[in-house]
Write a protein that binds this ligand. Structure first.
Ligand SMILES: [Zn+2]
Length: 161
């Protein structure tokens, strides 16, 4: 399953990429370009614009209209519809910035690329082969887990409806 997200879904795009989903995103694409790329690359169009959603389905482009207001709600809706696991598996995780699959990088190779305290605290690091960004499961990881746990709880409620 591959997606293309409309310009209003930058934050959601980063979440989905972390969860391993292939999501194309640019806030400079107009509706016609979004539809053309979705059709050509067989990507599901994710949108919060109901007019665009209707336009897409009328043109034979698979689209999903997101109703949720919070990231948790949006992630839960997507997990329900597309059976996306709300857990980050670093073996499949993508760079939130550019969509490439991140790769593990030996700790010694990041010594001069991250802060000394980060280097001392963490043993596992990943690097994006496309943009070079280094990742680790730092203090922000607690917040990430909380959001995903909340999304999972919302998903269970949606399933009971
Ligand atoms: Zn990247």
């Amino acid at each position: 399953m591959r997606f293309i997200a409309d310009g209003m879904l930058g934050k959601l795009t980063r979440w989905l990429r972390m969860l391993g989903q292939n999501v194309k995103y640019s806030n400079s694409l107009d509706d016609a370009q979004l539809l053309a790329i979705a059709k050509k690359e067989r990507r599901v169009l994710l949108t919060r614009d109901f007019g665009l959603y209707q336009h897409a389905t009328a043109r034979g482009v698979e689209a999903f209209y997101l109703e949720g207001k919070t990231e948790e709600e949006k992630l839960a809706e997507l997990a329900k519809r597309f059976d996306i696991k709300l857990e980050i598996d670093m073996a499949e995780s993508r760079c939130p910035k550019c969509n490439a699959i991140v790769k593990p990088i030996p700790r010694e190779k990041v010594a001069d690329k991250v802060e000394k305290s980060t280097f001392e605290h963490y043993s596992e690091f990943w690097k994006c082969p496309r943009c070079g960004q280094i990742y680790w499961q730092g203090a922000h990881w607690i917040k990430i887990r909380k959001t995903l746990d909340a999304a999972e709880q919302t998903l269970q409620k949606l399933k009971k409806r």
